[in-house]
Write a protein that binds this ligand. Structure first.
Ligand SMILES: C[S@@+](CC[C@H](N)C(=O)[O-])C[C@H]1O[C@@H](n2cnc3c(N)ncnc32)[C@H](O)[C@@H]1O
Length: 228
């Protein structure tokens, strides 16, 4: 499914002629996802839920245990948040994303499913999270950091640490440098799991591991890091 999703974005780039500039700015990324989701793909990614819950085999229970509050950064259409709500039953689930069109799709889905009381979504950038310190138990980010350059990624890691409570967990999934999508599209940055763990430690996380999460997409990197 992740593969379909990314193929979809590639097709969008080709057919609708929506290029991403190199290097990407947050405005480029926002308008890319906005315009991609304004075409017929909106139907596929929105109501039809292509992407199959984002990541069908992701074991949220293993990653976040009994987290009572969860933030997803780069939540897209909110599919994974919905799944997290079903599986983990957190008291609070919040998603932020740069793209207002992605968030519209997320909000429409959540409304249709009567989930707007429990899941909130808001427009925000990963490098400046609009939350107070230490207010989430878990922070999740899937397929978002490949849009961040080194400086922005470090800022995001710092923000993640800031908004997590002591004992909170950060889980990030991204493409590795050998991933076909990264090789095909020079605007995305792939990172290895080693790099991600190192960055997490540099950002002040106490411990970092790279669990295999059974995703149906090869060439991926992960980090699960613990806030002191
Ligand atoms: C490939 S999509 C993944 C969506 C979702 N995480 C999933 O796995 O289903 C990447 C998402 O990250 C968002 N994004 C990219 N850069 C961002 C940033 N700097 N801050 C917040 N969101 C960002 C995009 O708008 C897009 O919705």
């Amino acid at each position: 499914m992740a593969m379909c999703y990314n193929l979809g974005l590639e097709v969008t780039t080709l057919i609708w002629g929506i290029p991403l500039n190199n290097p990407e700015s947050p405005d480029d990324v926002r308008s890319f996802y906005n315009r991609a989701m304004e075409g017929p793909l909106r139907m596929l990614f929105g109501p039809l839920g292509l992407q199959g819950g984002g990541w069908p085999l992701l074991n949220l229970e293993r990653l976040f245990g009994d987290a009572a509050s969860l933030l997803e950064v780069g939540c897209g259409q909110g599919l994974l948040l919905e799944k997290a709500l079903r599986r983990l039953k957190p008291r609070r689930a919040v998603g932020v994303d740069l793209s207002d069109v992605m968030l519209e799709i997320a909000w429409e889905r959540l409304k249709r499913r009567g989930k707007t009381e429990t899941i909130q979504v808001a427009q925000a950038e990963a490098t400046t999270l609009p939350f107070q310190d230490a207010c989430f138990d878990g922070l999740l980010s899937m397929s978002m950091i490949e849009h961040l350059d080194e400086r922005a990624l470090m800022k995001f890691m710092g923000e993640a640490r800031r908004v997590l409570r002591p004992g909170g967990r950060l889980f990030v999934w991204s493409f590795s440098p050998r991933s076909p999508i990264v090789l095909a599209r020079q605007t995305m940055t792939g990172r290895s799991s080693d790099e991600l763990r190192l960055l997490a430690i540099q950002a002040g996380f106490r411990e970092a591991r790279s669990p295999r999460v059974g995703l149906p997409f090869p060439f991926s990197s992960t980090v699960l890091a613990y806030r002191e």
